[in-house]
Write a protein that binds this ligand. Structure first.
Ligand code: DOR
Ligand code: ZN
Length: 450
């Protein structure tokens, strides 16, 4: 499977930039060389003799997924996952590019540590990649010197979560927004509210706080207050701000036409689960922010349908089952999801909750536009050949033995899915095909046009 970056993909249902059409794609030297309409094998195409023919009859072809929110755990937490294991999982799920978060060990909060991470990813990533820098109360000077063409963005943990990275000084937040030299991606939950709610829950339940208390502890109020603070500060300086993993109906009301650079991301866990699932799934669905109520889930789905939510990131945050399978107070938040984000979005299409053409908007076009990624996110001639071939299948059940994650578990176990990723091409190389992976990890660092 390794080697070639010349392919002729024939007769796919191509979904791109609002259009769905039957056509062919010629990949040459890793780039999209030609996009052709129906029966275009008859057209005058000069094929390199090395070109491999791919029959995609009956399959959907999408631009490769760009997941702007993953936690790959490398360095320092590699027993949960590392660049190799999790980027393999990503390509198995049709994700060609990941943007990785800074709550590793050590935390990526200086340019030197960022450079180390970037260097360590070379030759170990099956996907293309970029890394965020984390903001702290004390690293603004470093952030100002970050390379805008290579750094994904600045992660703002306005509430602390796994890894305890926290930006609590509001004056620093304002300085960052005033500077606005890089895109901001924010985790918004109010620390004070959470602390009080947690103390009350411990008072009530002692050490045996039930998992269903999670959305009462990490409450809608905590999300709204923090998101509002971030939005108000961004508005003050007219700064672009991407709010990660929105989880409540109320936060959506903060989106306005007057400031379109305030954008939001939702993750599949908030679309497929709600508070009624805690008694069944327990620790498996504990994540931060907490998964809220059925009405929140409906509001998020509506906003997604209406195009008000711009990105669907995985928030892939693996923990080993041994770490996870603990009582509420000890169980770490987060779940693996990078390989299931595209299949789950397609599941929403199956359920008539989303249009097929919206899937690449959420997972390719918009992240490429928001972060200004060069040459990716669209099926366009001259662009990098990051492509996914998807087939519709008899429903297949997610089970522990068909999971690609190092951590080996998923909150989706038992769920049936109607779409399966057949092949994933990254920079024109077929890195995943019918359960098999390329041997070499040749993903490239992203370049941003800023
Ligand atoms: O549930 C979560 N897990 N939320 C976060 O903000 C961090 C993540 C992790 O890194 O485990
Ligand atoms: Zn996250």
């Amino acid at each position: 499977m390794d080697g070639s970056n010349h392919f002729y993909i024939h007769n796919a249902r191509i979904v791109n930039e609002g259009k769905i059409f039957a056509g062919d794609i010629l990949i040459q030297n890793g780039k999209i060389a030609r996009i052709m309409g129906r029966n275009s094998l008859t057209e005058d195409v000069v094929m390199d003799p090395r070109t491999e023919y791919v029959d995609a009859t009956g399959c959907i072809l999408l631009p490769g997924g760009i997941d702007e929110h993953v936690h790959f755990r490398d360095p320092g937490l590699t027993h949960k996952g590392d660049f190799v294991s999790e980027s393999r999982a990503a390509v198995a799920g049709g994700i060609c590019t990941v943007m990785d978060m800074p709550n590793t060990v050590p935390q990526t909060t200086t340019n030197a540590l960022w450079e180390e991470k970037q260097a360590s990813a070379e030759g170990r990533m099956f996907t293309n990649y970029a890394f965020y820098l984390g903001a702290t109360n004390g690293n603004f000077e470093g952030i100002r010197n970050a390379d805008p063409n290579r750094v994904a963005g600045i992660k703002l943990f306005l509430g602390s979560s796994t890894g305890n990275m926290l930006l609590s000084d509001d004056t620093v937040l304002e300085r960052l927004f005033k500077w606005q030299g890089l895109p901001f991606a924010a985790h918004c939950e109010d620390e004070g509210i959470i602390r009080n709610n947690l103390a009350a829950a411990k008072e009530q339940y002692g050490e045996n706080v039930p998992f269903r208390m999670h959305p009462q502890i990490r409450s809608a109020e905590a999300c709204l207050l923090s998101t509002k603070k971030a939005v108000d500060a961004a508005n003050k300086y007219n700064a672009p701000l991407h709010i990660l993993h929105v989880s409540t109906a109320q936060e959506l009301e903060l989106l306005t036409d007057t400031h379109p650079e305030i954008t939001m991301e939702v993750c599949p866990s908030y679309l497929f689960f709600c508070d009624e699932d805690y008694d069944r799934l327990g620790c498996r669905m504990k994540c931060n922010p907490a998964i809220k109520g059925r009405r929140d889930r409906e509001a998020l789905l509506n906003a997604l349908q209406q195009g008000r939510i711009r990105c669907a990131g995985s928030d892939h945050a693996p923990h080993t089952w041994e770490e996870k399978d603990k009582p509420y107070l000890q169980s770490p938040s987060g779940m693996p999801m990078v390989a299931h984000t595209l299949p789950l979005l397609l599941e929403l299409v199956w359920e008539n909750r989303l249009k097929l053409a919206q899937v690449p908007e959420l997972l390719s076009h918009n992240p490429a536009k928001l972060f200004r990624i060069s040459n990716k996110g669209f099926i366009r001639e001259g662009y990098d050949a990051d492509l996914v071939i998807v087939e519709e299948v008899e429903p297949e059940t997610v089970t522990r033995d068909n999971l690609p994650y190092r951590c080996g578990w998923s909150p989706l176990e038992g769920k049936s899915l109607h779409y399966r990723i057949r092949s994933t091409f990254v920079n024109g190389k077929r890195v995943y095909h019918k359960g098999k992976f390329a041997k070499k990890a040749e993903g490239q660092p992203l370049h941003f046009e800023r």
